[in-house]
Design a protein around this ligand. Structure first.
Ligand code: PMV
Length: 333
């Protein structure tokens, strides 16, 4: 059994917002998705994680935002570390300390940034080579969408039959397009059904097979619109995709409803703002918060309109971001 040369490392990773959604696994254990997905990394929603393998430790320990965590969160992190330990042929348990810049469990994908940062920090601490595709595929096993938080900017994640082939890659760097994602936080409540439960139920929807049949066409059209920086083409595809994900969730057995009243009010407001000349489009993840996409020149007007509403608790203003990176330990929050 070899010993790691580094033992400790710190990494930072952005969350991401999916334009084309991952919803449902062909293989639940390996988190191999039914379909490819497309996303943008978010610069205002990041996780910074330090992993320190400690020869004197008997069990892994985890703190998130300075709170010690046991139970399901620690088990999931421990299993992810087990996979990395097996690859690196090491046995040390680890201290894991993580900090988020955004509220967890509210539809801002905390598991994406969390498992991307954990993967990059733990593989570096274990002395494994820093290959981006391998890291993305490892991150995917912790949380599917985490695969997309490893590469830079605008990202595509491949659906593949073999685990090592299902990784994400950058299709455009962050400076390709100054698209903004303003997250209207309407609820800090932790969601009742996590995305893991939603994935397992997805294929039970009678509409799931129909969705799979047209997704490839939507994927290709989105890639073209993204390459051309054409929001008038991309926006309607993104909205249709978000509504479809929730249609699948609402028609799963048992059904899952992630929306609040404020969610519906914001979807209607988006259409109204668009009628008034603001080029803004919505999307949603597995939660009640609404992600509003616009170009840089409309972002201040949109932010003011959101701040003026009584049903929006907080606005998180995101620009396209680089993917996961190692950072100096002193930079860890
Ligand atoms: O990575 P997970 O298991 O948290 O799933 C993410 C699911 C969605 O956010 C709803 C869609 C996506 O592609 O990010």
């Amino acid at each position: 059994m070899s010993e790691p040369t580094h033992l400790a490392a710190t990494a930072s990773a952005p969350s991401n917002i999916a334009f084309l959604k991952y919803w449902g696994n062909v293989n639940e254990g390996l988190r191999l998705p039914y379909n490819p997905s497309l996303s943008m990394n978010l610069d205002a929603a990041t996780t910074t994680t330090t992993v320190r393998f400690d020869p004197g430790l008997n069990v892994d320990s985890l703190s998130i935002d300075d709170e010690a965590r046991r139970g399901a969160a620690l088990t999931r992190v421990g299993q992810h570390l087990d996979h990395i330990r097996a690859r690196a042929d090491i046995s040390h348990r680890a201290h894991v300390r993580s900090h988020n810049t955004f509220p967890m469990g509210t539809g801002i994908a905390s598991s994406a940034s969390a498992f991307a940062a954990l993967t990059v920090a733990a593989t570096a601490a274990a002395g494994l080579p820093l290959d981006e595709k391998v890291q993305s595929a490892i991150a995917r096993r912790g949380s599917g969408s985490a695969a997309r938080s490893v590469p830079d900017g605008f990202v595509a994640w491949r659906a593949a039959a073999r685990s090592e082939d299902s990784f994400a890659e950058s299709i455009h760097p962050p400076d390709h397009w100054d698209l903004r994602d303003l997250v209207a936080v309407v609820s800090h409540a932790h969601k009742e059904v996590g995305s893991g439960g939603g994935h397992a139920l997805a294929a039970a929807s009678p509409f799931f097979a129909a969705r799979q049949r047209h997704l490839l066409g939507r994927y290709l059209a989105m890639r073209d619109a993204l390459a051309a920086r054409d929001l008038a083409a991309l926006g309607p595809l993104i909205e249709a995709e978000a509504l479809e994900l929730h249609a699948i969730a609402m028609t799963s057995r048992p059904p899952v409803l992630y929306w609040d009243g404020a969610t519906v009010a914001l979807l209607n407001a988006t259409r109204r703002w668009r009628d008034e000349g603001l080029a803004v489009y919505f999307t949603l993840d597995a939660g009640p918060n609404v992600h509003l996409l616009c170009e840089a020149h409309d972002a201040d007007d949109l932010e003011r309109a959101l701040q003026a509403r009584g049903d929006v608790e907080r606005v998180l203003h995101n620009r396209p971001a680089y993917g996961a990176r190692l950072v100096a330990p002193s930079a860890a929050a």
